[in-house]
Design a binder for this molecule. Structure first.
Ligand code: ARG
Length: 465
């Protein structure tokens, strides 16, 4: 008979027991459940609700249970959930004293606490991983401060860039992802225990004491809200979705860049895979899988949004379904970041090929426009003149470098001999010195800034990780 079986005339049907059980999923939370129970027990004693000896016996036994769960000695099979399993185990071991643990507590505030404790750890771990990944991006950028690549818009040649600039673009995306984790952490870091089932309790508890024991800066201000919302998980899943979306864009570029059509990079053998039928193939399966797994991440966000949508206050059993999407999304994101940290270092960069492509496609067109603008031609007028030069080149099978000064001057008398300096690839890249541009000095400043923000290993409360 279950611990809640008092009002029931018959045993729960086995089908119902299996159907409602969540132990296979929430057993992951045992450490946090015990941590919360220990803090709760200390508070019950401090507030005079249970005796000191009782508290000591409960705490000691909970610690033993933790060891036994870890070593697989506690039988989890067929249990309802992690909360009932631990409580039943406690009562089995110390009898009536164990029955006092659940005083002034409900599984509704208990699960909210477990999830918040779990999330605090996971957010820290994921932030650390994101930092490590940023370090690799920064390292790649520092090594490629002279490597020129074609920059694209619409996947058409646009303007040449430094490869360092390209890697740093990702660096900043992951910086914002990390900052988003910090924001979510603030809302996760609120202590819900003591909300009871939904209304609070008439027993003289001290919630702030529990919060202090567990390192929470705040307690939740409304018991109904505390047991019934999961917005912090939804917010966290949306942060993971954005991070994985960023990874999917990088993955797409790695797929493209490693394709023979681009041949910009080569993935080292240890990080590529082969084909079961075509002996010559070497495929970028790792990044393709990461790109593919984003589907689960978005799906999990929508799964939880849909689960919580239109639920009346307060707790409803539907909410038990929040854990699977949460755990799966964390697992995928962790796995993806871990493999990416190694993978990026295992890419050979084909600098010559990148440079060759960067030289194509009238790359200096904007620079020619700027040349005229500097001579006071209105931008729109300069744009038209250069457009006409491009048209002329296309018709005559020429390019900017093969035109004579005379030909340039037939479009504008403002063109002088120094126009040819503007047509050099390096000049074109290094001259983009506006803050945040791909110019040499601007890039140096960007690298310094990136180093600075990486030093901020901050915990969100104090910005310490
Ligand atoms: N397994 C439940 C969950 O994850 C714990 C809370 C159960 N509460 C209840 N009133 N049945 O949501």
């Amino acid at each position: 008979m279950s611990l809640w079986g008092g009002r029931f005339k018959e045993e729960t049907d086995k089908l119902v027991r299996d159907f409602t059980s969540s132990i296979e999923v929430d057993k992951k939370l045992y450490k946090y459940d015990l941590q919360g129970s220990i803090a709760h027990t200390k508070m019950l004693w401090r507030c005079g609700i249970i005796e000191k000896e009782e508290a000591e016996e409960i705490i000691e036994t909970l610690k033993e249970i933790e060891k036994d769960i870890k070593s697989g000695k506690v039988d989890l099979i067929g249990k309802e959930d992690i909360h009932m399993t631990i409580e039943e185990e406690l009562i089995k071991r110390i009898g009536d004293v164990g029955k006092k643990l659940h005083t002034a507590r409900s599984r509704n505030d208990q699960i909210a606490l477990d999830e918040r404790l779990y999330l605090r750890d996971k957010i820290k771990e994921l932030s650390k991983l994101t930092c490590n990944f940023q370090e690799v991006l920064l390292e790649m950028a520092q090594k490629n401060q002279e490597t020129i690549i074609p920059g694209f818009t619409h996947l058409q040649y646009a303007q040449p860039l430094l490869l360092a600039h390209h890697f740093l673009a990702y660096f900043w995306m992951f910086q914002r992802d990390k900052e988003r984790f910090g924001d979510v952490y603030k809302r996760v870091n609120v202590m819900p225990l003591g909300s009871g089932a939904l209304a609070g309790t008439s027993l003289p508890i001290d919630r702030k004491y529990v919060a202090r024991l567990l390192g929470f800066p705040d307690v939740s201000p409304n018991s109904l809200d505390a047991v019934s919302d999961r917005d912090y998980i939804i917010e966290f899943l949306s942060s993971l979705s954005i991070l994985m979306m960023h990874l999917s864009r990088l993955s797409e570029e790695i797929v493209l860049w490693s394709s023979p059509l681009f041949s910009f990079i080569e993935i080292r053998d240890a990080f590529a895979t082969g084909s079961s039928i075509m002996p010559q193939k070497k495929n970028p399966d790792v990044v393709e899988l990461i790109r593919g797994k984003v589907g689960h991440i978005y799906g999990n966000l929508f799964s939880l949004l849909t689960t919580i949508k239109a639920l009346p206050l307060s707790y409803n059993r539907d909410m038990q379904e929040d854990k699977k999407p949460l755990f799966e999304s964390i697992e995928i994101t962790e796995g993806s970041l871990k493999i990416y940290i190694r993978l990026l270092k295992n890419i050979k960069i084909n600098k010559d090929r990148m440079r060759k492509e960067a030289e194509k496609g009238f790359f200096a067109a904007t620079d020619l426009t700027d040349y005229l603008v500097k001579k006071r031609i209105p931008f729109r007028g300069a744009h038209r003149i250069v457009g006409e030069i491009v048209k002329y080149c296309l018709e005559k099978g020429k390019n900017f470098k093969s035109l004579t000064l005379k030909e340039y001057q037939s479009f504008s008398s403002l063109f002088k001999e120094d126009i040819f300096d503007r047509l050099e690839l390096e000049e074109c890249v290094f001259s983009k010195e506006s803050t945040g541009g791909t110019g040499k000095k601007a890039l140096g400043e960007q690298i310094n800034l990136a180093k600075e923000v990486l030093k901020e290993t901050f915990l969100p409360e104090k910005r310490m990780w």
